[in-house]
Design a protein around this ligand. Sequence first.
Ligand SMILES: Cc1ncc(C[n+]2csc(CCOP(=O)(O)OP(=O)(O)O)c2C)c(N)n1
Ligand SMILES: [Mg+2]
Length: 313
Amino acid sequence: MAVRFENEIPAEEYFAPGHRACMGCGEALAVRLVCKALGKDVIIVTATGCVEIISSALPWTSWRVPWIHTLFENVGAVVSGIESAYKALLRKGRKKLEPGRRIKVVGFAGDGGTADIGLQALSGAMERGHDFLYVCFDNEAYMNTGIQRSGSTPYGAWTTTAPHGAKSIGQRTWKKNMPEIAVAHGIPYVATACPSYPYDLMRKVRKAVETQGPSYLHVLSPCCTGWRFEPKLTIKLGRLAVETGVFPLYEVENGVYKLSIDMDVESLKPVREYLMLQGRFRHLPESEIEKIQERVVSEYKKLRKKVRMSQED
Ligand SMILES: Cc1ncc(C[n+]2csc(CCOP(=O)(O)OP(=O)(O)O)c2C)c(N)n1
Ligand SMILES: [Mg+2]
């Protein structure tokens, strides 16, 4: 059954309140919305990282659905094993489901667990074509262990392992394009999302659940602690990431790209508006801000070109 979320958000909470996330945590909000959209017919596998730490301090748990914590590096492998085992149990009749009911196996990991250390396991799972959804909650650093840089940390950002100073501007590499890496696997559904756009996020989760085979959702999750901003700005920063073109919202369905919010290059807001609200970028000189601006525009143009070309094919 196709579920839409244009007007309302379901009241059910599968990620319970009372967890230990920081005030204003974009990741906790994203998890909550994703869980609402997933519903109860799921088995969730979560890598080590903020989501696990805040939700599972024994003897308490925030999970109202079947949930397993696994290592930093192997969500893809654990998801694959559970999905295969469940299929075998159904085939052998040792597990029965009502007609039309389907249990979706869902992997959750941070950007470090996805773009860096868990990439191999995720790649294998996507390649083998398991029926699963993988959600990367991207707060752009290893936040749980104290704000160390990851492959998903943006250029110019301060982190504890990419400090800025006389000889360094902070992170020296450009953010790894993880959604494109997922697209390169030829899987049926890839999308980007952000909790600042809750209906869009939840609609994409449902679409991924209804997809047969692997789907990948990359969720930008503003982090007030690591990005150095006031907790009240979480939603605004997510919106600015999208409005500046830093983090465009799009879907790739069977290779066809579609922008979820279709802005032309001229209508993008200046990246400065996004960068200057965050302490992690406040050291950047004008020349570096311009460099980031140029990069954002060129990446955005490339994306729009992919939209055009894939829709023409
Ligand atoms: C093999 C291994 N290396 C390092 C760690 C320590 N560690 C646990 S969580 C984490 C950072 C997680 O970062 P990310 O995946 O981005 O999630 P976040 O905490 O930012 O949500 C690290 C380095 C570990 N648990 N296992
Ligand atoms: Mg992270």
